[in-house]
Every structure is written in structure tokens, then in C-alpha cells.
Design a protein around this ligand. Structure first.
Ligand code: XMP
Length: 516
């Protein structure tokens, strides 16, 4: 079975929601890819989509140099859905007019369906709650279009072509707040484009396993296991595909979560019977980092040491031909965007996951066509613990960026224990999944406290918890006072080297999520 046989192409005009469109289409069990709006015409033809979605975008069609419509979109003669900027573009293309306006419409809006349209066939009512995010709007509809929805501020909230399967919506069906968004997208993808539901977790696993087997044959694969979701899923998938031909190297940096090294071994080596070499490099890390207080220098030391240790382990395994990496689809999109200068968001973080380039191994990246949600679903289906698969993100340099200033073994131990208490209580109080990322930070300053009759002069722990969708902006989490009080009491009572706990109430921006 070719699970990518039915597919949708999404052309990216720069909206913050473009990846969300792709995730929604995938959730409808249909494969899709995102190309830049000015992608090569032949590449678009070669992709051979069954339908095309034009995303929204921050620009105005009137601006000089604004993104344009590639005629191939219409030449392919497949159904097209224009969202927001996509709608304006199609309208102008067919002879309509778009008006720039200063009063941007952002947030909830009520849309009234005015004319029957194939796109809204699954919607059972005429009033829809939708999410709007635009400045420009259609002033005069192109003659080939019929309006099918309006709001109080525009008579053209949606329209369709009179003869062809071309549809436009001013609002964002991909955003959760648009209540009927899923039905609208399903109508487009399944009914109008005729895509089959082939992109399902079980099929994805089967196909990826088949591909891995075909690719590597009887050769051996090396994988750097970090304890994170992506590399764990790669390990589980590879193990299922090729068993003992997979060799994992797990470097314990001494900057991991509480007892994480043992947990990784228990899960991967003992329970799943995966071939894992554990390297206890804690002392090596602490001595390489001794005396260094500069955050960027620390990141660099941690990253480089990882590469050195990994290379050394790899050189001991002389019969390995492949290197597996946990690259996922958003990484691919971002680095493609970075190359063409079109990425809105480029992470410049130096990652511990960054691997040596001159290992002269062939590269296999089995998750590179998957979104994070899909990777997680695969993980659960492959038998990984839900707790691991749905864990908050953890930075590559680990506790290294959460111990402010110089890193010492003693600090790492205090921090890991405090962090463990915080996370344990979050889970116990059903708050873990309600925060996007939560952790403790070690502050190397001493403060006075009294325990019983004794005064003590010990370190400070800061608690950090945020809510965010994309980690580019974040709100500090409004955790209940009683909860923070409980965590604070436990940390001070159970860790004698801590005399004070503070809670971080800074949002991003202007602060960042991590403290370094
Ligand atoms: P900031 O602190 O930049 O964090 O607001 C945004 C997200 O990125 C993670 N982060 C890192 N991840 N290596 C990583 O792999 C790093 O050096 C690094 N620094 C921050 C952070 O945990 C948050 O999820």
C-alpha cells in the first residue's frame, strides 16, 4: 500500500498557522506536504497533489514584492482551497478587488452562511463561530465567484468558483476555535478532492518498517539515544524493523533529569530489549565545565563533548554503516525555510543532538515526514510509556542551562531532586498536562532560612512553568498558590541545601522560557 498516494499540497504564504493546516489534514488521515509559495513549478507538478490549499500570510496582495499565485496551481486542474491571503490572491487573480484596511480583525467572529456551497455540506447550521486573523479583505468579488458566507463587517467571508472546484474562506478553518473547521477541511480533503484515508498510525508504522528494512538490508545502524521523545521513537521503530542490527549509544551527561539515565536503561534495554551502550560521562562533563560561567560557552562545551564521546563510541563499533537521527518534519520545513530565507522562526539553539558530520556513515531519518503529534502516536503504538511520549520538552544541554553560572556536580544533584519534586507534584495534581513546560532552576546564591531552631544559609531554587503553543511566546502558568506552597515546602524540607523557593512570573517576551 502506498500511504502517500492520496495527498494534498499546502502552499505556504507565511501564516503562523500553515503547519497547523498540515497537521489538520494529517489528522484526517491524508498525507500532505508544505511547499513555499514560490516553489519550483516542476516540483509542484511532480508532487502530483489531489488538491491544493493556499495558506494565509502576513502580507498584503497590494504590497510590492508580495507573494503571488503560481499559475500551475490552476493548470493542474485539481480542487483548490484559498485560506485568508489565499482567498485574496485567488480573488485578485480572477478579477476581483482586495481592500487594505487598518482595522485588523483578529479573534472570534460570527459567520453566516448565505448560499449553499459544497465546502459547507457537512456543516449543520448557518451560523458559525470562526477564527479570523487578517487586515485586508475582499472589496469586490471576482465575477467567476459566488459569495457563500458573510460577517457583520464583510459580505465576502467565503466564496466559491461558479464552474470549478475552487473555494475560498476568509477565516481559518485549521484553528481549533473555528468550531466546524474539521468538517470543512474534511469536506474539502475527502469529498471534494476525493482523498482516501490511508495516513493512519498503523499504516505509517508498517510502511516505515518496510522502508527501513529495504534501505539497510542486513547492515547495522547506530543511534544516539537522548532520553527524549524523538530518539526514543526512532529506537522503538528501528528495533521493530531490524532488531539487533540497531545499536544505541546513550551518553549520561550528568545533566539529565532525576535518575533519567537509569530510567532510559530500564525502558529501552531491559523492557524493550534494545541494544543500548550506556556511557557514564558525568565526571567528564563536570570537569570540562569547571570554572565556566558563560551560558553560550557552556552550551558549546556540552555540545562538543557530546560529539567527541559519541565519535569515540562509534569508532569502537567497526561494523556499523548507518547513522539514525530523530529529525522530524518541522525541522525539515524550518531548515528549508532557512535556506531560502523564508523561515519566520529559526531556532539557533546549539543542540546536544548535533552529531559529527565526518563519521562517514549513511544517514537514515525515519521520522522526517512526521509531525510531533504523529511521532507521539507512533511511540505509544510501539509500546513506549505514555509518560515518556507526552513529556515536556527538555533542552539539549539539559540542566546545564538551568544551573546559572558555573556547573558543579553538587548543584546538578540538588537541581535534579528539586525538579523531580516539582514534576511529581504537577502530575499528582493533574497539572502536568495543563502546562507546556515546567522545571526548576538552580540559583547559586545563598539565602538565610530557619528550620526548627536552626538558622541555615543555603541555595535558592526557582520554579518555572509556562503555557504556550509554539514556545516562541509564552505566558507564566497561573498555578494555584496552595500548590506552589506545597512544592516549596517539600523542596525545602527534603533538600537540606535549599533554604528558599521562588516562582517565576515573567512571560516571554520579554523573558525567555529558560533562564540561560
Ligand atoms: P527559550 O528559553 O529560548 O526556550 O524561550 C524555548 C524552547 O527552547 C528550549 N531550549 C533549548 N532547546 N537546546 C535545546 O535543544 C537549547 O540550547 C535550548 N535552549 C532553550 C526551551 O527548553 C524551550 O522549550
Amino acid at each position: 500500500m502506498d500511504i502517500k498516494q492520496s495527498k494534498i499540497l499546502i502552499l505556504d504564504y507565511g501564516s503562523q498557522y500553515t503547519q497547523l493546516i498540515a497537521r489538520r489534514v494529517r489528522e484526517l488521515d491524508v498525507y500532505c506536504e508544505i511547499y513555499a509559495w514560490d516553489a519550483d513549478t516542476q516540483d509542484i507538478r511532480d508532487f502530483d497533489p489531489q488538491g491544493i490549499i493556499l495558506s494565509g500570510g502576513p502580507e498584503s496582495v497590494h504590497q510590492q514584492g508580495a507573494p503571488t499565485l503560481n499559475e500551475v496551481v490552476l493548470d493542474l486542474d485539481v480542487p483548490v482551497l484559498g485560506v485568508c491571503y489565499g482567498m485574496q490572491l485567488l480573488n485578485v487573480h480572477f478579477g476581483g478587488e482586495v481592500m487594505s484596511s487598518d482595522d485588523k480583525e483578529f479573534g472570534y467572529a460570527q459567520v453566516q452562511l448565505t448560499e449553499s456551497s459544497d465546502l459547507f455540506k457537512k456543516v449543520k447550521h448557518t451560523e458559525l463561530d470562526v477564527w479570523m486573523s487578517h487586515g485586508d479583505k475582499v472589496k469586490q468579488l471576482a465575477p467567476v465567484f459566488t459569495a457563500s458566507a458573510k460577517t457583520s463587517s464583510t459580505p465576502f467571508a467565503a466564496c466559491h468558483h461558479n464552474d470549478k472546484p475552487i473555494f475560498c474562506v476568509q477565516f481559518h478553518p485549521e484553528v481549533e476555535h473555528t468550531k466546524d473547521g474539521r468538517d470543512i477541511l474534511s469536506q474539502f480533503v475527502h469529498d471534494i478532492c476525493g482523498c482516501e484515508r490511508l495516513w493512519k498510525t498503523a499504516n505509517i508504522i508498517d510502511t516505515h518498517i518496510e522502508n527501513i528494512r529495504e534501505m539497510v538490508g542486513s547492515e547495522k545502524i547506530l543511534l544516539g539515544l537522548s532520553g527524549g521523545v524523538d530518539s526514543s521513537v526512532v529506537a522503538a521503530l528501528m528495533h521493530k524493523a531490524i532488531g539487533d542490527q540497531l545499536v544505541c549509544v546513550f551518553v549520561d551527561t550528568g545533566l539529565l533529569r532525576y535518575k533519567e539515565g537509569d530510567d532510559v536503561m530500564a525502558m529501552m534495554a531491559d523492557k524493550m530489549d534494545i541494544n543500548v551502550i550506556r556511557v557514564n560521562a558525568q565526571e567528564q562533563y563536570y570537569s570540562a565545565l569547571a570554572g565556566e560561567a558563560d551560558p553560550e560557552a557552556k552550551r558549546k562545551i556540552i555540545g562538543e563533548l557530546f560529539v567527541r564521546i559519541f565519535e569515540k563510541e562509534a569508532s569502537k563499533l567497526d561494523d556499523v554503516q548507518w547513522l539514525a537521527q530523530g529529525t522530524i518534519y518541522p525541522d525539515v520545513i524550518e531548515s528549508a525555510g532557512a535556506k531560502t530565507g523564508k523561515a519566520h522562526v529559526i531556532k539557533s539553539h546549539h543542540n546536544v543532538g548535533g552529531l559529527p558530520e565526518d563519521l562517514s556513515l549513511k544517514l537514515v531519518e525515519p521520522l522526517k515526514d512526521l509531525f510531533k503529534d504523529e511521532v507521539r502516536q507512533l511511540g505509544v503504538q510501539l509500546g513506549l510509556a505514555k509518560e515518556l511520549v507526552y513529556r515536556h520538552p527538555f533542552p539539549g544541554p539539559g540542566l546545564g542551562v538551568r544551573i546559572l553560572g558555573e556547573i558543579k556536580a553538587e548543584y546538578a544533584d540538588i537541581l535534579a531532586r528539586a525538579d523531580h519534586i516539582f514534576i511529581e507534584e504537577l502530575r499528582r495534581h493533574d497539572l502536568y498536562d495543563k502546562t507546556s513546560q515546567a522545571f526548576a532552576v538552580f540559583l547559586p546564591v545563598k539565602s538565610v532560612g530557619v528550620v526548627g531552631d536552626a538558622r541555615r544559609y543555603e541555595y535558592v531554587i526557582a520554579l518555572r512553568a509556562v503555557e504556550t503553543i509554539d514556545f516562541m511566546t509564552a505566558q507564566w502558568a497561573r498555578l494555584p498558590y496552595e500548590f506552589i506552597e506545597l512544592v516549596s515546602r517539600r523542596i525545602i524540607n527534603e533538600i537540606s541545601q535549599v533554604s528558599r523557593v521562588v516562582y517565576d512570573v515573567s512571560s516571554k517576551p520579554p523573558a525567555t522560557i529558560e533562564w540561560e
